[in-house]
Each structure stands twice: as structure tokens, then as C-alpha cells.
Design a protein around this ligand. Structure first.
Ligand SMILES: C[S@@+](CC[C@H](N)C(=O)[O-])C[C@H]1O[C@@H](n2cnc3c(N)ncnc32)[C@H](O)[C@@H]1O
Length: 232
């Protein structure tokens, strides 16, 4: 083999190695936001909600508000219902909520997912005078005050629900509702639940979260356990 073709081959090998290295570094950087949740006090990984789960969120809110004659949770331009999804992932719940007329905000810590949601808003959200454009914030939801929202959606993990409930109870508006997807808030009795295996959802209001504090104050009282009873 001539010197010239040897040189060409070694340059090709070098470029290949650099290319493979760059791709590997790129993947590693992209993976960081998905791996770091495991290091936090409340590890909450990215698991997207199923279509059924999203439908169940709004079905449960609709059924509960209709049964209690609460029109406040039916969004319209005249009745602005502010919703937040805590850990909004790729924004699917927020987009669905916005299409249903809610003033919907997603709070997401993962930079890639946040940027994806923003990108999707720019590229696929069609402006409609009757709808509010979805809003995305890159933030840690533990550091956000929940006082402005009417509906708080959370698809969390069992281990964080109790601490989250304590935070929400302090900050939520008196008439705000919490929708917990897949996992109930352990120890609190929900005001409504829609059972559907992994796609089940539970509803809580401020009063039912406060009730547990009252229960805890009574030393002899038996605390309610994970939604043993029917809530309808
Ligand atoms: C189980 S996924 C739910 C995603 C979305 N809500 C859905 O239902 O498709 C939880 C999301 O919360 C995000 N997350 C975890 N901890 C967070 C925190 N402290 N603040 C904001 N987002 C967080 C994760 O990055 C992940 O995208």
C-alpha cells in the first residue's frame, strides 16, 4: 500500500473515532437530566402518562365537580381555571389541559423535557382566541408556591406523596383540588377516586388534607388508611 493511501486510511480511522466519541459524549450529556433524579431526596423519574391516564384525570375532575355542582372547575374564557402539572415531562398533560380550555402550566426540572415542551408549543400549538397557550417553567416544583392554582396535577411516586401533601396543604388555595395519578397520597382519604389499575386517579381537597392533622392531634384516634372506602 502506498504512503498516500495509508495516510488516507489512518485519517479516516481518526475521523471515525472522533465521530463515535462525539456521539457517545452527546448521548451521555443528554442522559444526565434523566439520571440525576435518582440522586435527589425525592427521586421522581420520567414516566409519561398514558392517554387513558390523562383522560381519567379530566373525567374524574368532571365527574366530581358535576356531582358536587361545582361549576368553578369547568374552564371557559369567563371562568379561568389555573392548572399546574408538577413534573410535566414532555408536556402531554399540559397540552391536553390547554386544549380543554384550562390555563395550563407545566413545571419541569429536566432541561431536555422542558426544551422539548417549549419547542412543541412553538411548532404545534395553534393559536385559538378561546384557549390559553400552554406555559412551561423550568423549575423545581418543591420551590414553587402553589397558591395561584385551582387544580394541581401530580404523577409522582409513592414515597414522595406524603411530603408533597404537607407542602400543598400549606400553600394551596382553599378551593383548590389535587389530582394524584397512579399513586394515592398515603394516609389521606380522597374525596373522589377513579379506579383503573395503573391509570387510576385520586382527588383531594384542602379540607381532607387538613383533616389528617386534626386526626393526628387526637392521640387515641385511628388514622385513615390508603383509601379503603368508597369515595363516591
Ligand atoms: C412520572 S413523570 C410525569 C410526567 C408527566 N406529568 C406525565 O404525566 O406525562 C415525573 C416528571 O417529574 C419531573 N420531576 C422530577 N422531580 C422534579 C422536581 N423536583 N421539579 C420539577 N420536575 C420534576 C421528572 O423529570 C419527570 O419528567
Amino acid at each position: 500500500m502506498s504512503n498516500e493511501s495509508q495516510n488516507k486510511n489512518s485519517k479516516f480511522g481518526l475521523y471515525m473515532a472522533m465521530g463515535v466519541g462525539a456521539v457517545a459524549v452527546g448521548f451521555s450529556i443528554a442522559a444526565i437530566p434523566f439520571l440525576t433524579p435518582a440522586l435527589r431526596t425525592h427521586a421522581l423519574p420520567y414516566v409519561p402518562a398514558t392517554t387513558k391516564q390523562i383522560d381519567n384525570v379530566f373525567k374524574a375532575v368532571q365527574k366530581f365537580s358535576t356531582s358536587k355542582n361545582i361549576s368553578k372547575l369547568q374552564p371557559s374564557k369567563q371562568n379561568v381555571v389555573k392548572l399546574v402539572d408538577l413534573g410535566s415531562g414532555d408536556g402531554r398533560i399540559v397540552f391536553d389541559a390547554a386544549k380543554r380550555g384550562f390555563h395550563a402550566t407545566g413545571v419541569e426540572l429536566n432541561a431536555m423535557l422542558y426544551l422539548y415542551s417549549k419547542f412543541k408549543t412553538l411548532t404545534s400549538w395553534k393559536t385559538d382566541a378561546n384557549l390559553f397557550k400552554p406555559v412551561f417553567r423550568r423549575a423545581n416544583f418543591w420551590n414553587i408556591n402553589m397558591g395561584e392554582y385551582d387544580l394541581i396535577i401530580v404523577f409522582g411516586v409513592q414515597g414522595m406523596m406524603r411530603d408533597l401533601a404537607s407542602k400543598l396543604k400549606e400553600e394551596m388555595k382553599p378551593d383548590c383540588l389535587i389530582v394524584s395519578c397512579r399513586f394515592p397520597i398515603s394516609s389521606y382519604k380522597s374525596i373522589y377516586r377513579l379506579e383503573d389499575e395503573l391509570d387510576g386517579v385520586w382527588l383531594y381537597d384542602k379540607e381532607c388534607l387538613n383533616n389528617l392533622i386534626e386526626e393526628e392531634k387526637k392521640p387515641e384516634s385511628k388514622q385513615p388508611q390508603d383509601d379503603d372506602d368508597d369515595d363516591d
